[in-house]
Write a protein that binds this ligand. Structure first.
Ligand SMILES: O=C(O)Cc1cc(O)ccc1O
Ligand SMILES: [Fe+2]
Length: 454
């Protein structure tokens, strides 16, 4: 029997139809719902898209489990005071502001707190109830989820973490995630996607952990089209890893916490949810190592738009317009000639939420730290801070390696992201002097410039 505690084998590929059996021949042959399933298992379908969605986008998985998911007591509101938001259009939840926002690193909990208890909504748009919008969450946890599983009925989670210099060894800081589909060990610099409905439990083998989540209320995370780049490059499909089936057969008091309508609910059952012996389908969680991202350059001149660094996208119905893009700023060579190389000054019709996994970010000389964040929402001006502008205007333009070991990222959305009351008023991490980053940008205008060129 596969031991669910130790098997971290993966199947490789993106958007595949996978099949996985923890016991031989546990998947029914040639059909999904035989009158009696092998090993006396129950068949259960998990639908990620409407039954009638076109074949290319249709997602579902068949789970063969010891008991069906339905065997639990009614959901009750979860006692802990939640910091979560389901409706980002309601001013009871959000503080509408067009200002540039930056947060110092969010705190780790002082009280014992597991992954679910440590979830906080930072910013978002739309409403989970009508499946329209996206949210940015933060988690901070210091305790394993024990005999507890979580699922999100509201949206798909893309989870990444910062690597504060808390861990003595670079390979530490893992998230050990048990899912209904099997085990996923998320190493430093890896992200994982857990789609709506999938039950999972998070353990912290290396101690406290802190990280960022992008939640999309509709649609799924997909690979961006490559256009003229060709068939290879950016995040390659074979580098995405999905777990193999693994199960335990245990009767014990077990709790399920559900995020539904932006609120948490809990239910009890007398057995674990991690009892799936086999599964097949194309709706399954996965992880990806950001170090495998193949940055496509070299750039002759000018600063290329950051869409060239898109790892995953959640498309809207309008071609080319994302509900959310997950974009990274990976270590890479910078070689542009006669160019101001850092990010340009700009105003964007999209909202830009940024975080830092580790290292430093090329557009900011201080203040933007791992575990912190920034939000430049729709049409809010931003760009390099004054010291970065001064330096990059004078730097010798030799080939330069942009910060080995650095990893900044952006959740870019076509929606107007509103910060939550928690993020603005309660977190205590808003940098009220952030606007000062640009106040030192003085006028360099020289009306006689043309004369001086002769
Ligand atoms: O604002 C930011 O720092 C993100 C960003 C980076 C970049 O290289 C170009 C545009 C952009 O919005
Ligand atoms: Fe920007």
């Amino acid at each position: 029997m596969t031991d669910i505690k130790n098997d971290y084998t993966y199947q490789s590929g993106f958007d595949n139809h996978f099949s996985s059996e923890a016991l031989p021949d546990a998947l029914p042959k040639g059909q999904n719902t035989p009158q009696v399933c092998p090993y006396g298992l129950y068949a259960e379908q998990l639908s990620g898209t409407a039954f009638t969605v076109d074949r290319k986008h249709n997602q579902r998985t068949w789970l063969y489990r010891i008991r069906p998911s339905v065997c639990h007591t009614p959901f009750q509101p979860f006692q802990k005071k939640s910091k979560l938001v389901g409706n980002y259009t309601d001013e009871a939840n959000v503080s509408v502001t067009p200002n540039q926002l930056r947060w110092s690193p969010f705190d780790l909990p002082t009280e014992p707190t597991n992954f679910v208890e440590g979830l906080h909504s930072i910013a978002g748009a739309g409403d989970v109830g009508v499946k329209h919008g996206m949210g940015v969450l933060f988690y901070a946890a210091n305790k394993d989820m024990v005999d507890t599983a979580f699922y999100n009925a509201d949206g798909d989670f893309l989870i990444g973490r910062d690597l504060i210099h808390r861990y003595p060894l670079p390979q530490q800081g893992r998230l050990d995630i048990t899912t209904e589909f099997g085990k996923i060990m998320v190493h430093p610099n890896e992200i994982c996607v857990i789609q709506r409905g999938i039950r999972f439990s998070v353990a912290l083998p290396d101690g406290p952990s802190r990280g960022y989540i992008c939640e999309v209320f509709n649609g799924t995370w997909s690979l961006p089209d490559l256009g003229p780049i060709g068939a290879n490059g950016l995040a390659n499909p074979r580098d995405f890893q999905t777990p193999i089936a693994a199960f335990v057969n245990e009767e014990k008091s077990f709790r399920i916490i559900n995020k539904y309508g932006g609120r948490l609910f809990s239910a009890q059952q007398n057995h674990t949810v991690f009892d799936v012996v086999a599964w097949h389908g194309n709706y399954a969680p996965f992880k990806y190592n950001l170090a495998l991202f193949n940055t496509v350059n070299s750039v002759s001149f000018d600063h290329i738009d950051p869409s060239i660094f898109t790892v995953l996208t959640c498309k809207s119905e309008k071609p080319g317009v994302a509900i959310a893009d997950f974009v990274i700023f990976p270590p890479r060579w910078s070689v542009q000639e006669h160019t101001f190389r850092p990010p340009y000054f700009h105003r964007n019709c999209m909202s830009e939420f940024m975080g830092l996994i580790h290292g430093s970010y090329e557009a900011k000389q201080g203040g933007f730290l791992p575990g912190g964040a920034s939000l430049h929402s729709m049409m809010t001006p931003h760009g390099p801070d004054a010291p970065t502008f001064e330096k990059a205007s004078k730097d010798e333009l030799k080939p330069m390696y942009i910060a080995k070991g650095t990893q900044a990222f952006m959740f870019e959305s076509s929606m107007q992201l509103q910060p939550t009351h928690w993020a603005i008023e309660e977190s205590g991490k808003v940098q009220h002097d952030y606007f000062q980053a640009w106040q030192g940008l003085k006028s360099n205008f020289d009306p006689n410039w043309k004369l001086s060129q002769n």
